[in-house]
Design a binder for this molecule. Sequence first.
Ligand code: GRF
Length: 217
Amino acid sequence: MARLRVGVLISGSGTNLQALIDDCARADAESEIVLVLSNRADAFGLARAQRAGLPQRAIDHEGYDSREAFEQALTEALEASGVELVCLAGFMRVLTARFVERWRDRLINIHPSLLPAFQGLDTHARAIEAGVRLAGCTVHFVRPEVDSGPIIVQAAVPVLPDDTVESLADRVLREEHRCLPLALRLIAQGRVSVVGERCVIDAAAPDGALINPAPGP
Ligand code: GRF
């Protein structure tokens, strides 16, 4: 069976990209990364893609006189590679409604919070400041409103009393690296459908809850 052709957009270190590369290297993988694009030529994620032997290139947003022209270049590169699903993995450019509609329900993003809580930037500092007991990450289909759209996968982690932004970010990032490949697999297996603004997913539900602080004597 042909594998789902995935394009990955990055802007930075690319650890989420690396998680996808590793998962697509498994024998039972049902998707393949056919193109990696970065809006920054210095993104270490491009080196990760090169090391994995994947087609990769920088399309620098500063080389275009409008968002639309930049996004047209993205779409042309993605379509030339036959991309069927676009994955934003640390891509730090806001996309216009035109691009989002062009790739509607074939465009996913990973965000380091339990959406709809903490949309936007600095999610871990804001979670600590708010005193929440659970933080986490979300993989969702992209909609024009930033960090919104039908939710596919989420993971929750405890916020610990001595957490710093760095320690919480590390804990969440580890779960991002599990959730993004999981979302890709579910989509590649045809087990995700979008009904209205929610996802219906044909998959087992986890058992048990994550309670913080842990109940006990
Ligand atoms: C991740 O924390 C992701 O949730 C956020 O940007 C970060 C990207 O990290 N959007 P990396 O480039 O995948 O390492």
